[in-house]
Design a protein around this ligand. Structure first.
Ligand SMILES: Cc1cc2nc3c(=O)[nH]c(=O)nc-3n(C[C@H](O)[C@H](O)[C@H](O)COP(=O)(O)OP(=O)(O)OC[C@H]3O[C@@H](n4cnc5c(N)ncnc54)[C@H](O)[C@@H]3O)c2cc1C
Length: 487
């Protein structure tokens, strides 16, 4: 820390010692982190693509403290980069290295109170630092379901989930994070608090402001709490892994599953053989679940108010119908919770397991479900043409039209030479998705990683409105500077 805010050439200016003292007076010693070893895990995002140069992380324990911190930062024009569990995949919770004003990390990790669980209203009001898996357990203990579920749920936080409008594996039935929010509490960029923590399913009283903050990646305010929808805890859950010929067959199966199973179908995930092999290789128990290899797989799950056995028999008879019709070639229904977890682990491990193939270039695109097969076919052909020998690992939330189209380096090419193509490959794959009526960022957001893509693919009026909203709420530009256009 310096005694002045003067910028050093090529460095982000530090926070003046006097301001650190003022911040310390607001949050107390437990709320100030300056030690290198404690800061380290908060400075790098999960894939190591971005590193913050922050020398200070502030951790308020109450909304009032968060408001006082932001008011002070606003006064001194210090940038505030909100951080939750730091599991985001686009660098949104890191400080941009090109920043030309001092910035702090503002962590929600001490905002962990569950303020109210109203089981009869099917709502829970929780603070932003609550870990997603803890919220799921809390709801379960109350006989309710909080359906947001993703592989990072053991460490990502509610505030991060809402700021990125997280998706995950249950979007098909319950929607994205946005669809699960009834009320929100947010500290605005000038330190005022928007208290819209209402547990109402009907409330038509003007602009629904909470939606501005959901999915805006911390650029418009710091979320401190939310009132969330809960659902009845399903009595029966049944999970099956089935083999199909190709993505086209998977889409046909999805169509059939929706018609036959209705809203009981909660998850429908696609995996290529390569994706499954990678996941199997990363597990202790690496037995192929279907005994022999198939080209593509679907992991589907049913959740119902019927008991477990009845739910299982519904998925089994659906699977048999599909086997007889030749839509599915083989399949297995999990016979125990352990087997069910095992199947889900296969799905959840793909991304990390891909590291075994060396460097990778990743895409998180969405297209209309009806265009998934066309996307995979076109993108696969294009990337093989551009980088002969590259290995495509395609998997994702087929029911949401969201495919993680990842490419691993060819064995003969160095990681550096492969990664040099990152931007060009991204642009090509994103263009294919956009041409098919899709999006270049389905669930991970924009952050730093996709800012250029937003500028390239974003539509004029949309981008202008984003800048207008940003300027109206944060004219000093202190919230998560450098992220999203105008930010
Ligand atoms: C293994 C793995 C699997 C994943 N799977 C999925 C998936 O299936 N679906 C999906 O959508 N995402 C997925 N992600 C991405 C990530 O987990 C989610 O985006 C998650 O919701 C981020 O939460 P977080 O608490 O870690 O937020 P962070 O990474 O800390 O922050 C993410 C963004 O939110 C902002 N932010 C954080 N907290 C606040 C707050 N309180 N107020 C305002 N802004 C805030 C940050 O500034 C940043 O821009 C996955 C990530 C990993 C590592």
């Amino acid at each position: 820390m310096h005694d002045s805010n003067e910028a050093q050439p090529g460095m982000i200016p530090d926070i003046a010692v006097a301001i650190v003292r003022e911040l310390g007076a607001i949050v107390g010693p437990a709320g100030i982190v300056t030690e290198k070893d404690r800061l380290a895990p908060h400075l790098e995002e999960p894939r190591g693509l971005y590193h913050s140069k922050a020398s200070l992380m502030v951790m308020p324990a109450t909304t009032d403290e968060a408001a006082a911190v932001i008011r002070l930062c606003h006064h001194h024009r210090i940038g505030v980069v909100p951080q939750g569990g730091n599991t985001g995949l686009v660098g949104g919770a890191t400080i941009q290295s090109s920043a030309d004003a001092p910035q702090i990390l503002l962590s929600a990790s001490r905002l962990t109170k569950v303020r109210e669980l109203d089981a009869r209203n099917y709502t829970v009001t929780a603070e932003a630092g609550c870990i997603l898996a803890d919220l799921q357990r809390l709801a379960q203990d109350a006989g309710r379901l909080f359906p947001l579920s993703l592989a990072a749920e053991g460490s990502c936080q509610l505030g991060g989930n809402l700021s990125t409008n997280a998706g995950g594996t249950n979007v098909l039935r319950f929607g994205n994070a946005r669809d699960l929010v009834l009320g929100l509490e947010v500290v605005l960029p000038d330190g005022r608090v928007l208290d819209a923590l209402r547990g109402l399913r009907k409330n038509n009283t003007g602009y629904d402001l909470k939606h501005l903050f959901i999915g805006s990646e911390g650029t418009l305010g710091f979320i401190t709490a939310a009132t969330l929808k809960l659902f009845p805890q399903p009595r029966g859950v049944a999970t099956a892994l089935v083999a199909v010929n190709d993505p086209e067959a998977a889409v046909a199966l999805y169509d059939q599953a929706r018609s036959s199973l209705g809203d009981e179908l909660v998850a429908f995930e696609l995996l290529s053989r390569r994706a499954l092999e990678l996941a199997l290789a990363s597990q202790d128990e690496s037995r192929d679940p279907l005994g022999e290899p198939y080209a593509w797989y679907v992991l589907m799950e049913l959740a119902s108010a019927r008991d477990h056995q009845a739910t299982e028999s519904v998925i089994e008879s659906f699977m048999h119908e599909c086997l007889e019709a030749g839509v599915v070639h083989n399949g297995v229904v999990a016979q125990s919770e352990t087997q069910r977890e095992h199947l889900w682990q296969l799905r959840h491990r793909v991304s990390e397991a891909q590291g075994k193939l060396g460097a990778s270039i990743k895409h998180d695109i969405s297209v209309p479900v009806s265009k998934i097969a066309a996307f995979i076919q076109q993108a696969d052909a294009r990337v093989r043409e551009m980088i002969p020998g590259c290995r495509v690992v395609a998997f994702g939330h087929l029911g949401d039209g969201n495919i993680h189209f990842n490419i691993s380096q060819p064995e003969q090419l160095s990681a550096e030479a492969f990664l040099d193509q990152w931007t060009v490959i991204n642009r090509e794959v994103h263009a294919i998705a956009v041409d098919l009526g899709g999006s270049f960022s389905a669930e991970h957001g924009i952050g730093i990683l996709k800012l250029d893509e937003l500028k390239h693919f974003g539509q004029g009026v949309e981008l202008e409105l984003m800048k207008t909203v940003k300027a109206a709420l944060d004219p000093a530009g202190i919230m998560n500077p450098g992220k999203l256009p105008g930010g």
